[in-house]
Design a protein around this ligand. Structure first.
Ligand code: ZN
Ligand code: ZN
Length: 628
């Protein structure tokens, strides 16, 4: 018996014109359209229901294969017209699956689901998957709870989707609860469940736990390796990611696109250009280099390793580019101080009619900031409105930085006071940093007072303020700050510099004497000192955090981590080759001056990546034009 069922879909709502459960206009439009489409026909066909269902299922499968949602409306209308309602378990199951596979908003699928009397485990799983992959991952947990209250038991597919939802929410507590549930159901030992457990713990920042689980797996596949490697790469543990990658190679496991994207990001973080290049060669060999995500990771790698030319070459040769590619290139140019190039690339990007993201604007504002382009910076800040991007705290931070670096410290302060969002510690620290550079004691103390309320134990703030006092020769105040740090147990985060030599990473801290080549390194430092003196170099000792005598201060500067790293590279690399150093803190004024001269004396290009940007030292000059 066929029902005139076209109104049935609205039975759960009070008013057909505005069903309350349909939050999304998209779903609602789909609904109304199907209904209108249907109402055009008055004749109800009398084909047997089973045939109609089979026909609809075949059509829905066609939508999934071709990934087109346009045909959903006619199919829905066709079904209604022939009395087949989505509450039919068979049609409903395929209808929900199609909606989820096409990544459509979940409210339509939810509505259909709510009308199914006995959904199968497949349909429950499809709903969990839809939420886990969609905009409401927390609803996946709710669906699972409902499922446990029904007669259907979770199966092998339920937990991977649930864990995916926990990973998306970055909710390790929920993840642990799901992990416990999977143990109870005896499904935890399945590779597919274990892989998603490793992924979930990695995504939630629990790289150790992920690694522990990985170690306990009886069977590992490529997905397992990728999850654990990515876990370390994304959680600031690039060394561990690279070690695992080597282990993976040794065990004969061939990497795929996902693996190399993780590894390239680990190399980028470490500034490991040689290994990154080796992977690039491998990618060219196996034909993975044309993959969009791999291309983006390569642009990021070369940019972060100080090789902006190669970054640009990869970018221009990419067969396909998306917003991420453009944004990565713009940000790379900006942090290298190529402000005009970054801005011109942004113009090209706009002429391609692509829509910038908030991060694209961070790149453009950062370019203006590093180049001292104040008016242009404000122009781009205004332009965000045109793209309906509401400035975030990062953008306000960029503007404070822009003003501060340009020496407009008072304007930077006024900007902070007037901005519509609550300034965070980073914004106040940016102002404090500008005060330290431009010797603005009064405003510096004001910023410091705000910082004391927000992050009282941040060592960098103690150092910045003491530098302001040191600049003015107020050694009593420097001593006072230093005693406060000692009393409160605040430790200054140690500066370290990393260099790469023949596939190995070497890390140096200030005054480091732990390296096997220490003797040669300090002989080289002595030679550098003598040759610098001949060039007329006088150490700028005011930034040293201590009331110590001048000679001692000069020594403390000579042994800053990047100088030791540079000396090490001068001994171990051939004449004329580029030296690349990655430093975790900002380069001090004195090291900046000395490095310019070292580049000239030894005829080397020295590229230093510090906390905020790149410096290309060559022939007595730096690409930042002494503005950083
Ligand atoms: Zn220094
Ligand atoms: Zn510089």
């Amino acid at each position: 018996m066929l029902l005139p069922s076209r109104e049935l879909l609205f039975t759960t709502s009070s008013s057909p014109s505005a069903p309350p459960s349909l939050a999304s206009s998209c779903s609602y439009a789909l609904f109304v359209a199907a209904r209108c489409y249907c109402s055009r026909y008055t004749l109800i066909c009398s084909l047997p229901t089973r045939l109609i269902i089979n026909k609809c299922i075949a059509l829905l499968q066609g939508c999934c294969i071709t990934a087109t949602e346009g045909r959903l409306k006619p199919i829905h209308a066709f079904a209604l017209r022939h009395g087949v309602h989505p509450s039919n378990p068979d049609f409903g199951k395929h209808f929900i699956f199609t909606l989820v596979s096409l990544s459509l908003p979940m409210n339509y699928a939810s509505l259909v689901f709510s009308q199914l009397e006995y959904p199968s485990v497949f349909t429950w799983n499809t709903m969990i998957r839809g939420h886990a992959e969609g905009e409401t991952p927390e609803s996946a947990i709710g669906i699972h709870r409902q499922m446990l209250g029904s007669e259907v038991r979770p199966d092998t597919h339920t937990y991977p989707f649930l864990l995916k939802a926990c990973a998306r929410m970055l909710d390790v507590r929920r993840g642990e609860a799901v992990h416990g549930q999977s143990l109870k159901d005896g499904l935890e030992a399945l590779v597919v469940v274990q892989n998603t457990l490793v992924h979930m713990y990695s995504a939630c920042g629990q790289a150790e736990l992920a690694y522990q689980l990985f170690g306990e797996m009886p069977t590992r596949n490529l997905v397992s390796w990728n999850s654990v490697v990515n876990g370390f790469a994304q959680n600031g543990r690039p060394n561990e990611a690279l070690t695992l990658f080597r282990q993976m190679e040794m065990e004969g496991m061939k990497p795929d696109g996902f693996t190399v994207v993780s590894i390239l990001s680990a190399c980028a973080e470490l500034g490991s250009l040689a290994l990154g290049r080796r992977i690039h060669v491998y990618l060219l060999k196996v034909g993975l280099s044309e993959n969009l995500h791999v291309g983006n990771a390569l642009v990021d790698l070369y940019g972060k390793c100080g090789n902006i030319r190669d970054a640009y070459q990869v970018f221009v040769e990419m067969p396909e580019r998306n917003v991420v590619s453009w944004t990565t290139m713009i940000v790379s140019l900006a942090v290298h101080g190529f402000a005009e190039e970054a801005i011109s690339l942004f113009d090209d990007f706009e002429s391609e009619r692509l829509t910038p993201t908030d991060i694209t604007f961070v790149g453009v504002l950062c370019a203006c900031s590093h180049a001292g382009l104040v008016a242009e910076g404000f122009g781009y800040f205004e332009k965000m409105k045109q793209y309906k991007i509401v400035p975030k705290i990062e953008h306000y931070g960029c503007m404070v930085d822009l003003l501060g670096r340009a020496g407009l410290v008072r304007r930077a302060h006024d900007f902070i006071v007037e901005m519509p969002v609550e300034p965070n510690a980073i914004v106040w620290r940016t102002l404090l940093g500008a005060c330290a550079i431009h010797g603005q004691l009064e405003l510096g103390e004001f910023a410091r007072a705000r910082l004391l309320q927000l992050e009282p134990r941040h060592s960098g703030d103690f150092v910045l303020l003491s530098n302001i006092y040191a600049n003015e020769g107020r050694w009593f105040d420097v001593q006072r700050i230093r005693s406060k740090m000692l009393r409160e147990g605040v430790k200054k985060s140690p500066g370290h510099s990393i260099v790469e030599l023949r596939n190995s990473i070497h890390e140096f801290i200030m005054g480091d004497r732990s390296h096997p080549q220490t003797k040669e390194i300090y002989e080289m430092l002595d030679e550098i000192g003598k040759r610098l003196e001949l060039e007329g170099y006088v150490p700028q000792t005011s930034n040293v955090l201590a009331d110590i005598d001048v000679e001692e201060k000069a020594n403390a500067l000579a042994y800053h981590s990047e100088r030791i790293a540079i000396a090490f590279m001068l001994i171990n690399t051939v004449a004329g080759s580029t030296i690349r150093v990655v430093k975790n803190l900002r380069v001090c004024v004195d090291c900046h001056t000395a490095t310019k001269l070292i580049a000239k004396i030894f005829d080397r290009e020295i590229v230093v990546r510090d906390r905020s940007r790149f410096h290309h030292f060559r022939d007595g000059f730096c690409s930042c034009k002494d503005f950083w």
